[in-house]
Design a protein around this ligand. Structure first.
Ligand SMILES: Nc1ncnc2c1ncn2[C@@H]1O[C@H](COP(=O)(O)OP(=O)(O)OP(=O)(O)O)[C@@H](O)[C@H]1O
Ligand SMILES: [Mg+2]
Length: 309
């Protein structure tokens, strides 16, 4: 269990994390979702004790990160955003190093090393020096190092950024296995689809603050059973938003090169939408997708995740 209550952390005038609270329960993957600079890593670093928080309470497995730091940290595994590996050592040697740091040794450590290498799909490459590994393989090894001591709580900071699809799948599967084994997992990402696939509960962060929280289902309900239509093009009549709203659409974004709307049953009303859009300018490209957490983020912030930084 990871309990975070009223956590705040500033760097000078910047409120990197501003009064956030949540609980990640055993057997649950809890998502921290947000664009670059949202404060995800700062929150993770405070929870792991790497960075001291300004305010708030953090308990890991019932142990306070400040007053009972040793016990709290023994219950915790951390997969940092930056890799923490020795390039000249083999994968196996890296794991021995980390295992010893956790106080593991002998047959018990060796068995566990073989187990985690299998989980991340690196058992056949364990003797190779890490410098020969691809970025995705290094990320998988980084993950393996963090779970060697079977922590009750695990912090994953964007574990799949920049990895190949095969490594990504290994990491997602290994995370789901930990959940089944009862680990409380905090998973940060700016990939909406990853959060939707993995997380039981999540908070969406922006500029240090929680802007939405709940189960995936509860968050989806905020956008409702609607589709997201994106119309790329050139629009001149920016004061005529009501023409689109008259079709029963909620306008999420309307600027000179993009219109985004939420609307029920997009395929049935696409002709009317295009007709109106063409009166407002010129449509070059149309995209329809099921409303998802990305749509919710746009709805709440007025910005798409990709250009939110
Ligand atoms: N050590 C630091 N000193 C000063 N500012 C910092 C420091 N660490 C983070 N920040 C600032 O705090 C804000 C939040 O950064 P943070 O790294 O927590 O975001 P993030 O959500 O993890 O982003 P990303 O998706 O890019 O990893 C940013 O504006 C960042 O520049
Ligand atoms: Mg980060």
């Amino acid at each position: 269990m990871i309990e975070v209550e009223k956590l705040s952390k500033s760097f000078g005038d910047l409120n990197a994390v501003d009064d956030i609270s949540f609980v990640a329960k055993p057997g649950e993957i809890f998502g921290l979702l947000g664009p670059n600079g949202a404060g995800k890593s700062t929150a993770i670093n405070c929870i792991s004790g790497l960075v001291s928080s300004d305010d708030g309470r953090i308990d890991i497995n019932g142990y306070n990160i400040n007053n009972q730091a040793v016990k709290a940290k023994q219950s915790l595994g951390l997969v940092p955003q930056e890799l923490a590996l020795y390039d000249d050592l083999s994968a196996h040697e890296n794991l021995v190093f980390w295992g010893s740091a956790y106080g593991l040794g002998g047959k018990q450590l060796e068995n566990r090393i073989q187990e985690v290498l299998k989980d991340v799909g690196l058992n056949t490459r364990q003797k190779e020096p890490v410098k020969q590994f691809s970025g995705g393989m290094k990320r998988r090894l980084n993950f393996a190092c963090a779970i060697l001591h079977k922590p009750a709580a695990l912090l994953l900071d964007e574990p799949t950024v920049g990895v190949d699809p095969q490594s990504r799948e290994h990491l997602l599967q290994a995370t789901l296995k930990l959940k089944e084994e009862g680990t409380a997992v905090i998973y940060t990402t700016h990939y909406m689809e990853e959060a939707e696939r993995l997380c039981d509960h999540l908070v969406i962060m922006d500029q240090g603050k929680v802007i939405a929280s709940g189960s995936i289902e509860q968050l989806r309900q905020q956008v409702g059973e609607r589709d997201l239509i994106t119309l790329l093009g050139h629009y001149s009549q920016l004061d005529k938003q009501e023409n689109i709203e008259a079709l029963g659409a909620e306008v999420l974004e309307y600027c000179d090169n993009e219109i985004r709307i939420l609307i029920p049953e997009a395929s049935k009303c696409l002709t009317s939408v295009l007709e109106v859009a063409n009166q407002l300018g010129k449509v070059n490209q149309v995209n329809i997708q099921q409303a998802n957490l990305e749509s919710l983020f746009i709805k709440l912030t007025g910005r798409a995740l990709r250009d939110a930084a």
